[in-house]
Design a protein around this ligand. Structure first.
Ligand SMILES: [Zn+2]
Length: 275
């Protein structure tokens, strides 16, 4: 959010104005803010090299009138305005498929503020300057696809296992998955899970009616998904937004299928997003 109340100074500040105070003053005052609306604790965040300007972050109450997207990390609630900034900065997205535990856990590459990188602030990314990079895991990318229509059609580059590709080609809505266009390439397919069943001992998501893409989920992966998303049964995935990353192929009987290699290649949004 752009404005917050400073409890020592007993006044409100605009983030941009506050950012221009001497560094020592910023340090001593930055955590003693509250939301001007719901009075919850707030803090000041410097401009980030991702292009996010100075702002305040807070955990607002449910009744707070400040839009939810105005929390610290703008990517928590990506909107079209964020996409515009990323495009202006020619930011490249590095796909984080969560090696190791694969929990998709945390990507990190998101700069918390500009201080770590010396002079490489967003303002230096002018004419043909080097691109900035951010790492994103499938869950945050799915969130952006669902929340920000301009992200779906964006020409931002995403760096995946098969090299770089514009976001609008890399991500494909499940209903638009095409044998012709997407077979053999590495893509992220997203949308709502419409069905799940077991066929020949293998758990499948979607894949019907016939020509549409189906996702093959191994038993260990089913177990991981149930655990990670706290499902009572794997069938609870139906109706929720999910993303699957991998290489679709044609099976021997010419079905259009994709094996989902591990939990790092899958993400799903919480149920409360289903509206
Ligand atoms: Zn608030």
């Amino acid at each position: 959010m752009d404005i917050a109340f400073q409890t020592d100074k007993k006044r409100t500040y605009y983030a941009l104005d506050f950012s221009k105070l001497p560094a020592g003053e910023i340090r001593s005052l930055r955590y003693n803010f509250i939301c001007d609306d719901c009075r919850q604790p707030a803090f000041f965040r410097k401009a980030a090299s991702s292009g996010q300007g100075p702002c305040f972050g807070a955990k607002h109450t449910d009744k707070c009138g400040v839009p939810a997207r105005a929390t610290g990390d703008p990517w928590d609630k990506p909107g079209d305005d964020l996409v515009q900034k990323l495009e202006a900065d020619k930011t490249k997205i590095v796909l984080n498929l969560g090696k190791g535990t694969g929990a998709g856990a945390d990507d990190d590459g998101f700069p918390k503020d500009g201080s770590g990188k010396g002079g490489r602030s967003h303002s230096s990314l002018g004419a043909g300057a080097s691109r900035s990079k951010i790492q994103r895991n499938p869950e945050k990318l799915l969130r952006a696809l669902v929340d920000a229509p301009s992200f779906r059609t964006s020409s931002l580059l995403i760096d995946g296992p098969n090299g770089e590709m514009p976001v609008h080609q890399f991500f494909v809505e499940m209903k638009n998955a095409s044998r012709k266009l997407h077979r053999g390439g590495f893509h992220g397919f997203w949308g709502k899970v419409t069905r799940t069943n077991v066929w020949n001992g293998l758990r499948l998501f979607n894949g019907a009616p016939a020509p549409s893409l189906g996702f093959e989920i191994s038993d260990p992966l089913v177990t991981q998904i149930v655990k990670r998303y706290n499902l009572s049964d794997i069938s609870d995935v139906v109706g929720r937004y999910a993303i699957f990353l991998g290489y679709p192929r044609l099976t021997q009987n010419a079905s259009f299928m994709m094996d989902v290699p591990d939990i790092g290649h899958f993400a799903m949004l919480p149920k409360r997003d289903e509206t």
